[in-house]
Ligand binder design. Structure first.
Ligand SMILES: Cc1ncc(COP(=O)(O)O)c(C=O)c1O
Length: 388
């Protein structure tokens, strides 16, 4: 049996896979089992920051794997500490809790916000968290509850209570929820990724920050997809001009190994204490050693390149035949096409380009080090496929 048939027989049917088996890659190029070359515009959904077979990351990971692949969080290990220090120094956050995924990072944020309110107000009367409509925060039962899309709120109930969803267009709706006095936090993606690469407006974010401060709600920013250089700054909130209380991230931070992080700011740095939270693999030395090698290379030059390449994609596609709109920041781009997005992706794959979809849009999340030549080649093919 070939890989496709074995997958259908033995792997749970949760993914509608594209008709391709990838076997190896180098940077932004990936090859299938027939050695056909593709340009990767998805990076494993914003994970492979420096592409495939990234030699720096691979060296950091292999060095660590041959020294100490895992120890329990009952003991100190150096890579976890180094990574936490780097994250805090670069963001101004105070402490980090490590898990293994975006959903786990968000679970930690939710627990932290509720405990913070419990400690401050003495009971669970402010346990509710406001999230935004069209958001996506993960696949656990609690992060599905947090996710503001009705499509995720059927079949798997009962869901975790304590979430309300506000329209991202209307700060008045957020104010009326905050006024009730039963909320401890608002959690938002600054660009709604799975929701179709929809950036929040600066004026909406300004209002949310103001109202959250007025009613003593924590500001949680979900940077699982937008984080780690993807939008042209280390974290997207930097471009919106405010300081969150909690930042969650994952995906690109690990560069290909499972790693999630919940960054805790000044107001919540002492909220979690012994026994409040934990994870067997969270902060694993191998994943953290790889992440240190990723974070070290997200410097001004790389970020400038991300912004420039993002602008190139936008200007090349805006107004092109078959393109209705282009949204996003840096190398996180959504393209609304006249053709269905799925059709565009399938046609692009045939032509050796690997884009993604998000809702009704074609979504691009290429490796941050994709070369100008690779990007140009891929965008030209995409343009043809969209306009055909
Ligand atoms: C904004 C956001 N939050 C959370 C998640 C969940 O991350 P994970 O799949 O690592 O649990 C995702 C995944 O796409 C995401 O985009």
């Amino acid at each position: 049996m070939d890989t496709r048939e074995l997958d259908k027989k033995y792997v749970a049917n949760t993914y509608a896979r594209q008709d391709v088996v990838f076997v190896r890659g180098q940077g932004a190029e990936v090859f299938d089992e027939d050695d056909k070359r593709y340009i990767d515009l998805g990076a494993g959904i914003a994970v492979n920051e420096f592409g495939l077979s990234d030699p720096v990351w691979a060296a950091a990971v292999t060095e660590q794997v041959s020294k100490l692949q895992h120890m329990s969080n009952l003991y100190y290990t150096e890579p976890c500490v180094s990574l936490a220090k780097m994250l805090c120094e670069r963001t101004g956050m105070r402490k980090v809790f490590f898990g293994n995924s975006g959903a786990e990072a968000n679970e930690c944020a939710i627990k932290t916000a509720r405990k913070w309110a419990f400690d401050k107000y003495g009971d669970e009367s402010r346990a509710t968290i406001v999230t935004l409509k069209n958001s996506f925060h993960g696949r656990t039962i609690t992060t599905l509850s947090a996710t503001g899309q009705d499509a995720f709120h059927t079949k798997f109930g009962p869901f975790t209570p304590g979430f309300v969803h506000a329209s991202a267009q209307d700060a008045g709706e957020f104010r009326s929820l905050a006024e009730k006095g039963n909320c401890c936090a608002v959690m938002m993606e600054l660009i709604q990724g799975e929701g179709g690469v929809v950036p929040l407006t600066q004026s909406y974010v300004d209002e949310v920050v103001k109202i959250a401060r007025e009613y003593d709600l924590l500001l949680i920013v979900d940077e699982v997809q937008t984080g780690n250089g993807r939008t042209g700054t280390l974290y997207a909130y930097e471009q919106f001009g405010f300081m969150p209380d909690i930042v969650t991230t994952a995906k690109g931070l690990g560069g290909g190994l499972p790693l999630g992080a919940c960054l805790l700011g000044e107001r919540v740095e002492h909220t979690l204490s012994y026994g409040d939270h934990g994870s067997t693999f969270g902060g694993n030395p191998v994943a953290c050693a790889g992440a240190v090698s990723i974070l070290e290379r997200i410097d001004d030059t790389l970020l400038e390149g991300v912004r420039r390449k993002g602008e190139y994609i936008k200007s090349a596609l805006t107004g092109a035949k078959g393109v209705r709109s282009v949204t996003g920041m840096g190398l996180m781009v959504g393209i609304l096409t006249e053709k269905p997005a799925g059709e565009v992706v399938r046609a692009a794959l045939k032509r050796g380009v690997v884009p993604l979809t998000a809702h009704e849009k074609v979504r691009l999340l290429p490796p941050l080090n994709i070369t100008d030549e690779q990007l140009k080649e891929a965008v030209e093919i995409l343009k043809e496929v969209i306009g055909e």
